[in-house]
Design a protein around this ligand. Sequence first.
Ligand SMILES: Cc1ncc(COP(=O)(O)O)c(C=O)c1O
Length: 233
Amino acid sequence: MRRTGLDRVYFTSGGSEAVEAALKMARQFFVEIGEPDRSVFIARRQSYHGNTLGALAVGGNEWRRASFRDIMAESRHVSPCYAYLEKLEGESDDAFGTRLAEELDAEIQAAGPERVIGFVTETVVGATSGGVEPVAGYFQKIREVCDRYGVLLILDEIMCGLGRIGTLYAFEQDGVVPDIVTVAKGLVAGYQPIGAVLMAEKIFRAFYDGSGFFQHGHTFIGHATACAAGLVV
Ligand SMILES: Cc1ncc(COP(=O)(O)O)c(C=O)c1O
């Protein structure tokens, strides 16, 4: 396994809870470092990040969102990396990836680069498309765009992470490391309810050197039985 530097973890009781925690963590990170104007998430259409309100808001599955749109936080959506449907005739994988990265760049510009918190996406799409992997080079181009504007890359590997596609993290196959990654399903193989948010040291440090407290929590986070089951799995 390649070293990722994602050595800090926040346990939750499931996948949607992990995404909620990740979104709040990303927002508070910018509050901690003195960039409180950042309030916008960009995610992808035809995606799923959970059914709680924050996760649903970044999710791009219109069927699941329809009844709740009026009470959801606003988020912006760009095209998924779905080569089978979205690649143009004659377009190479590389050109397709570049076009999608340019679309993200334009969306960040439209939102105002100083207002964007993060780009949220599944590394390999699960619930809304079924095993849709990115084209080679896509995530490297996306990482570059995020870095250009100080936008966090938040990968949701609740479905595809922890060995499910052959490497511990799916992103290892794309040559990038996110700032935050969410995991859940593979963590305990279904024996206990658990999820987790893993973060880069710079995220942890901002909290540690700042307020010292992530303004979040649920009664059962870090549940001993669930964590023990995770260790065994
Ligand atoms: C990518 C992704 N994110 C989040 C979730 C939500 O996880 P949970 O059902 O544990 O709340 C799922 C569930 O299928 C998922 O596939």
